[in-house]
Each structure stands twice: as C-alpha cells, then as structure tokens.
Design a protein around this ligand. Structure first.
Ligand code: FAD
Length: 620
C-alpha cells in the first residue's frame, strides 16, 4: 500500500509501506508503531531528495542524449556519471516506485521480498533442484528504485583476482589490474584500519563499512573460522579467502543503495537528469536497416504507451532477467526462439538469455542452548531512532561470512561462501525482550537456531531464459539448470560438512551447538550425515542465492554465446550497451553488487570517452 504523502519533513514523497502486511495480522499493532516511528524520521525518509518528489526536475522532452533503463544497482551509477556533463540530458526509466524508507533500515533489509516491490519470478520445473517445491525455485528481484539491492543484505564483497584475470583474457581491459581503479573510484571506505589500503577507495560515492552493531556470536563464528585455519581479515584486499565480519554498504545506519549515494545528492541541482518511476520499458526501437538504436518504448505510470528517443545511446541496466528480455523483445536474440513467438529478428544473436548462472546454497541447522527471543524490542527501536545503532542497525549474524575452499577448490580459489542466519530482528508482537521469535509468545521459547548456508560460488551448471510470448509484460521462461553438474552437488555436500566442522570448533562448542538431525522430507531413506543424504537434501531444499548473472555475456563476437564486446556494446547493433549482472562471463565468487558498481563506473568512462568532444547530434 502507498501511504498518504506526508510533508512534515518539508517535502512530500509517496513512500511504499508494507511492513504490517508482511508480518501478518498478529503483529499489526507493534509493527505498525515501528513503521510509523521510522517513517517520521526525516533522515530515513529523505523526502526532499527523492525521485518522483515534487522537487525532482520534470522535463517534458522526449529526446535525451542517453536513456538508461533500470534504476537498480548499475543504472543510478551510469545516470549519475553521465549527467556530470551538463550538456548531456539523461533519462533513467524505472519500472517500480521510489525506494521505500523501510527497506533502508538494516533489520528490514530483505523485508520487501514477496511484496509488490518484488518481480516474484518463479523458475520452470526441474528434476534436479528445488524438489521440495515441485522443482520450481523462487527468484525475488527488486522492482523499485535500487532494484534487487533494495531487498538484499548489504554485504560488500569482491571476487578473487583470478575471476577477472580470466575475464580479461578474452575481454581486454577487464583483468584484475584493469578493474581495480574502478572499485577504488566507487568506494568510500570508513574502516581504514580494517582494510588493505592499496585496494580501497576513501573518497568515492559508495560508503562501505561494518555495521555499528553485531551479536556477540558474530565474532565467535569468525574465531571458529580461524580455528579451522582461515584467516580473519579484509576479504576485499590481496587475499580473498577467510572469515570476517563483513563490510557493508551502509551509511549513517541506513542502506547505501547506489540510488541514494550516486543520485540523490544531485537531484535538486542537476537539471539534465530526469528519473521516471513506475515506467516499464517494453522495447528498444532499432532501425532494421542500419541496426541503430533510436529510442525506447515504455508504459508510464498511468498505463499509457510512451516513446522516448536517444540521441546517443540506450543503456540497459534492467538486471540479469530483464535486460536480456528487453533485447529479445526488440528482435535481438536467437533467431529460432524469436520466430517461435512472432518477433521480427533484427540481429540473430544466439547468446542472449543463455549462460545463465547463479550461486546456489545448501543448508544445515544447529540448536543453541539459549532461548530464541526476538531481537526486535522496544529498546532496540528506541536505540535505532536515537543513535542508528543496536539490533535494528544490523542484519544480525548474517553480517558474518566465510569464504572457504572445498576439497575440490582449484588453485586455492574459494568456491564456497558460507552465510549464517540468526539474531536478526523479526516481526514482533509486543517489543518485549522476552518475546519468542516468530511465535510472539512470551513464554516457553524454543531453543535458538543457527542456520549455516554454504553456497557454491563457482557453479558449473548453466541455464537460460527465453520469451514466453511477444507480450512485453509477460514473464520470460527461466530454466536455471541448477545442480545439473554433479560437481556442483559435490562442492555443496563438502560445504555442509565444513559447516558442521565449524560448529564443532572449540569456539562454537562453548555455545553448545547441537546439529539438527531432523531429516529433510523426502531424504528419510538415506543415512543422516552421509554424502547421499546431503546430496538429496540440497536437491530438495535448494537455496538460490539470488546472485543471477551471465545472460548477456561479455565475450568476443566469434564466441558462440557472446552478446557484448569489451566496451559492453551489443554485438551487431549500434548504440546499445548493457551494464548489470547480465554482463558477467562467469559469476564473481562472492556477493556481486561491488562488481556491478565497478562495471557501471567503467562503462560510464567508456561512454564518456566515446562521445566527449563530438558535436551533439540533434536529429533522430
Ligand atoms: C535476498 C537477496 C539478498 C542479497 N544479498 C546481497 C548482498 O548482501 N550483497 C550483494 O552484493 N548482493 C546481494 N544480492 C544480489 C544483488 O542484490 C543483485 O545481484 C543486484 O541487485 C543485481 O543488480 P542489477 O543492477 O543487475 O539488477 P537489479 O538490482 O535487479 O536492478 C534492475 C532494475 O531494473 C528495473 N527494471 C527491470 N526491467 C525493467 C524495465 N523493463 N523497464 C524499466 N526498469 C526495469 C528493475 O525494477 C530494477 O530496479 C542479494 C539479492 C537478494 C534477492
């Protein structure tokens, strides 16, 4: 629901409210109060610097130098960098509404999943994975300014150098040495004492630092990692493997989305940028004779079809599902698939929608010898409102991560990232410190449960997506092909065993961790703890890690699945680039947002170099 506009902070902004709906009827009273209190903090709502606010420039023109599609992670970076040149007009189209205030609070960082702010994709049935849900996996994707980063855990990690060095072999300019400058350019690291200085930036737009608060167990998990032989240190420096309380994209206690860090500061000062929210691009207009992009068709918030023209370029930043979908809708993709849904082929490009990759997780649970009380208390709400610290200022144990090597890891490169659940603020009924998690009861709480999610970060399996029909509002068909390679299963099984070893370290045994041996439904016939059992468990309860990428692969034209050249221009057409998670030839072996920001910084420089100094063309 969209709450009525409030003007107590001097400006108005249509903020999407959903917390009470997400928590359910039993929790309405307290969660309604929490939401009300948060939405009355002017620095949280920030209404004078919001897209769609009355203060935003409202340009009626339909010609822009650059049209950027998608205001997720990459789009705001590109729109901000290109609009640094005052003579360039930039339009940023976003299918969803402005980023809501509530999702910027770390405790509620993933709360928009399943709401109207989520595209709510579901994959096509598979016989290999997600079997407990009929072979279909849920893929949440953000439909709002900030995109999927508006519903994610804020963790800032960078991949091993060898991932980029492999990219760079086929794509000049993308080796680890080449891209480091763009990580540095984007970053403003506020923990200089914790990081390798040569690898970090201290004056870029994206603020990176640890959360101000964490449960004591976060440090214990890191200590447990060191007892298994992993170092505790900067995971984003010279050595990627290790255990750490992670660096986060967080600023003054709130999510540092790229929309907030790169664009909001300039909304009221740059006349040359327009951001259109609730505006879904449906097609890129490409001249069939010249193969040159001319503009974009979109459906505006009133449901009307609109056309805007690009004098220079169209840049797709619609994410790993929607960027390839838009290319396909525009006639760029595998001929057979396009003809099957009645779309005229402009360029036969077999790689569009192919090379789909995602990280995928197993899961193993432990009980602790303490009661599972809720971290969201009245005191924590007060503390957050006053100081931006406390339980609400973090994601609990999820802020700890281990980048590990399975016994199959090659050359010491981490192939497993372990995430943890526990101690995160959940929906509360009363705000009382003795309230039990999830149930809202004030007595007889169950024992606290700690969940480890070992995640395969270098998958071998590859999937694809294709159009279901020529209707641009129809969802594409997604075939992730999870766990089709046996080696992916083997690594996950090893990851589960490593997680059990972690729980058995002296550090964690002080907390009396006990393995939950309840068999996963459908795996009862295997001996609990055997490789066969764990293989069954990961196939039944497969955890997609939401790090989808690869569907517009950057590779030289002669490669079979190539979609983009090394300047992220679409092969075979002129004036269309793509920058988002779809460009990855292979996935980063960690959370990917830092890499998307880096790529957006790099492509902005490439675009500037390509057009700077050239006379403005004003004819379409
Ligand atoms: C639960 C969860 C937790 C995660 N945790 C982390 C984490 O801690 N750290 C991390 O690094 N990564 C994390 N991720 C992954 C990360 O959020 C994504 O990889 C990243 O957001 C992808 O960025 P993108 O720019 O490619 O696409 P998106 O962020 O998905 O942005 C695409 C944008 O384009 C818009 N769009 C799509 N189609 C159209 C259209 N036709 N017209 C106009 N606009 C359109 C979308 O609405 C969206 O705003 C997590 C993801 C999830 C779901």
């Amino acid at each position: 629901m969209v709450l009525p506009e409030t003007s107590s902070c001097g400006c108005t902004f249509a903020d999407t409210s959903f917390l009470t709906g997400v928590c359910g009827a039993n929790f309405t009273l307290f969660m309604g109060l929490v939401e009300y209190l948060l939405r009355n903090q002017c620095d949280i709502t920030d209404p004078c610097r919001r897209f769609g606010a009355k203060t935003a420039p409202n340009r009626a023109a339909n010609h822009y130098d650059f049209i950027v599609v998608g205001a997720g992670v990459a789009g705001p970076v590109v729109a901000s960098r290109l609009s640094e040149l005052s003579e360039w007009n930039v339009l940023l189209l976003e299918a969803g509404p402005e980023e809501p205030s509530i999702t910027s609070v770390p405790a509620f960082s993933v709360s928009a999943i399943g709401t109207s702010l989520d595209w709510k994709y579901t994959t096509e049935p598979s016989s290999q994975a997600c079997l407990s849900t009929g072979g279909r996996c849920k893929w949440p994707r953000g439909k709002m300014v900030s995109g999927t980063s508006g519903m994610q855990g804020m963790m800032y990690t960078r991949p091993h150098a060898s991932i980029f060095d492999e990219w760079g072999k086929a794509n000049p300019g993308w080796s680890s040495q080449d891209v480091l400058q763009y990580f540095i350019k984007s970053e403003n690291n506020l923990n200089p004492d914790l990081v390798d200085p040569g690898y970090h930036g201290f004056s870029g737009p994206m603020v990176v630092q640890q959360f101000p608060s964490r449960p004591p167990l976060a440090d214990v998990v890191v200590e447990a990692g060191t007892q298994l032989g992993y170092r505790n240190g900067d995971l984003n420096g010279h050595n990627q493997t290790g255990a750490a309380v992670a660096q986060m994209m967080v600023y003054e206690g709130l999510r540092a989305s790229t929309a907030r860090m790169y664009l909001r500061p300039f909304l009221n000062t740059r006349e040359n940028i327009k951001i259109a929210v609730n505006s879904q691009a449906t097609k890129i207009l490409i001249d069939p004779a010249t193969k040159k992009a001319r503009g974009v068709e979109y459906v505006d918030q009133a449901g009307n079809k609109q056309t805007v023209y690009a004098l220079k370029e169209v840049i797709l930043s619609a994410g790993a599902i929607n960027s390839p979908q838009l290319l396909l809708l525009s006639g760029v993709g595998p001929r057979k698939d396009l003809e099957a849904v009645g779309i005229d082929v402009i360029v036969d490009l077999p790689g569009v929608g192919r090379n789909l990759q995602n990280h995928v997780a197993g899961s193993i649970g432990f009980y602790m010898n303490e009661a599972s009380t809720n971290s969201l208390t009245l005191e924590s709400v007060e503390e957050f409102i006053q100081n931006r610290t406390g339980n609400m200022a973090s994601t609990g144990l999820t802020q700890t991560t281990l980048l590990m090597t399975s016994k199959y890891a090659k050359d010491g490169v981490s192939d497993l990232q372990v995430f943890f659940n526990g101690y995160s603020a959940k929906c509360s009924k009363s705000g009382a410190s003795e309230e039990c998690e999830s149930t809202g009861s004030l007595q007889n709480c169950a024992n606290r449960r700690l969940q480890a999610r070992p995640t395969l970060t270098i998958p071998e399996s590859r999937g694809y997506l294709k159009l279901n029909s020529s209707d641009p509002l129809d969802y594409p068909l997604i075939y992730p092909h999870y766990l089709e390679s046996q080696s992916d299963v083997d690594i996950l099984v090893d990851g589960i065993k490593l997680s059990i070893q972690l729980a058995n370290t002296p550090a964690l045994q002080k907390y009396g961790l006990v393995l939950d041996t309840t068999p996963v439904k459908g795996c009862e016939n295997y001996v609990f703890g055997s490789d066969e059992y764990f293989a069954c468990a990961v196939r039944r309860e497969t955890g997609p890690e939401n790090h989808q990428g690869g569907t517009c692969k950057m590779a030289p034209a002669e490669e079979e699945l190539a979609v983009l050249d090394n300047q992220l221009r679409v092969h075979g057409v002129t004036n269309i680039r793509v920058v988002d998670a779809s460009i990855f030839p292979t996935l980063p072996n960690c959370n990917p947002t830092s890499v998307i920001i880096m790529a957006a910084e790099k492509v902005s420089d490439l675009i500037k170099k390509a057009w700077e100094g050239q006379a403005l063309e004003r004819t379409v």
